[in-house]
Design a protein around this ligand. Structure first.
Ligand SMILES: *Cc1c(COP(=O)(O)O)cnc(C)c1O
Length: 391
């Protein structure tokens, strides 16, 4: 008999009842160190006082009106995002995949309105993940996500990740955009080199097409900059954001330049919940903390501490781990064993990690993780690895 919850997830036998900072408490009372942060969502950890305060204050005042009316919290968050990024304008969604939907629509509409309606094709890459909507699965294109769900939304050209020559050759007069994650998350923490991202920007400029960055996982301070593309010194035309921006409240956004967004006039897109007062009040609190250069400097300092300790872990268990990769506090342990076994062994030591493709275990701790917690987390990962190691 089918379970009352649609069985689309394979869930670990863990049920958390409360959380504070980097810690989660299981129903049986065990305290887990959380290096998953709900897959990079709880960027400020669990129950951050500023976020609890922002949500509670807003909850006591007004939950929902509608985008039929002005929403001051939405305006405030859009202003913060515009102030701190390349963007001129922002549309709010409830999730990453809805941000993908709009990014696709926006890119096509931009060229339609420019009198180039044939420009509809978007180039995407193997190993990418853009969410589970019809556009999201078609964009990523992997058989794992698309099989049985056809006919798929057309208009995507899939290339190998990092295939520079292939990319230059793939741009045609029907191409409207390149869509890419600066650091692939689900694909196994695969960072695009700065040179590669710059090359994509140049290629887009050369052909007058749009660069769409999916920073749903790598954005909002995760890599030590507010957004990951800042490391490469380039800016996109359109950017998808979600996960960390709500700190645990469902919130996403599409950021765009005025030019890229030029086709999105009144009536062309909408959302009932997108940008509601609760989400945006929390989003403002998140942005106020994470956009502070001192906060980001701390993320970078802690990231190098964590990286250094993890390099030691990889060296200690050469039969379990192959290498460490990633950027900032978005780290991946490439495994020689099944990543699911590493994650399970971690549960046994009360430390939470997240599996990804390409035989990688992801470490995406709250950006607020302390030095002591980093030391403790790596000690727990060491104990977990010991249970898998022959030596
Ligand atoms: C999680 C994720 C998405 C989808 O976000 P949802 O909120 O699950 O719809 C899209 N792109 C990337 C890079 C992601 O990591």
């Amino acid at each position: 008999m089918i379970s009352s919850v649609l069985p689309t997830y394979s869930r670990a036998p863990l049920s958390f009842v409360s959380g504070a900072g980097t810690w989660l408490v299981e129903a049986d009372g065990r305290r887990f160190l959380d290096l998953g942060a709900g897959i990079a969502v709880n960027a400020l950890g669990h129950a951050h006082p500023a976020l609890v305060e922002a949500l509670n204050t807003q909850a006591g005042q007004l939950w929902h009106t509608s985008n039929l009316y002005q929403i001051p919290q939405q305006q405030a968050l859009a202003d913060r995002l515009v102030e701190h990024t390349f963007a001129d304008t922002v549309f709010f969604t409830n999730s990453g995949t809805e941000a993908c939907e709009l990014a696709v629509k926006m890119a096509r509409k931009h060229f339609y309105d420019k009198g180039q309606p044939e420009r509809v094709e978007i180039i995407t890459f193997d190993g990418s993940f853009h969410g589970r909507s019809a556009a999201g699965i078609a964009a990523a294109g992997s058989e794992k996500m698309t099989k049985g769900f056809g006919p798929l939304l057309g208009g995507f050209t899939h290339l190998a990740f990092g295939d520079h020559e292939g990319l230059a050759a793939a741009v045609t007069e029907t191409t409207c955009a390149i869509m890419v994650e600066p650091v692939q998350g689900e694909g196994g923490i695969r960072p695009l080199s700065d040179a590669c991202l710059k090359g994509m920007r140049d290629l887009c400029d050369e052909h007058g097409i749009l660069l769409i960055l999916d920073e749903v996982q790598c954005g909002v301070g995760r890599t030590g900059k507010l957004f990951a593309h800042e490391w490469a010194g380039v800016t996109p035309d359109i950017m998808m954001v979600a996960k960390g921006i709500g700190g645990g409240f469902p919130l996403g956004a599409v950021l765009a330049t005025e030019s890229a967004a030029s086709g999105m006039t009144a009536g062309t897109h909408g959302s009932t919940y997108g940008g509601n007062p609760l989400g945006c009040a929390v989003g403002c609190a998140v942005m106020d903390i994470i956009s502070d250069p001192a906060f980001l400097a701390e993320v970078n300092r802690k990231a190098s501490l964590m990286r250094q300790k993890l390099e030691g872990l990889v060296a200690s268990y050469p039969d379990v781990f192959e290498s460490l990769r990633g950027a900032g506090l978005m780290l991946g342990l490439k495994c020689k064993v099944t990543p699911g076994d590493v994650v399970s062994a971690g549960y046994g030591q009360e430390v939470i990690t997240v599996p990804a493709a390409d035989n990688v275990v992801r470490l995406l701790p709250p950006l607020t993780i302390t030095d002591e917690e980093i030391t403790e987390a790596v000690a727990r990962l060491d104990a977990a690895a010991a249970t898998l190691s022959a030596s």
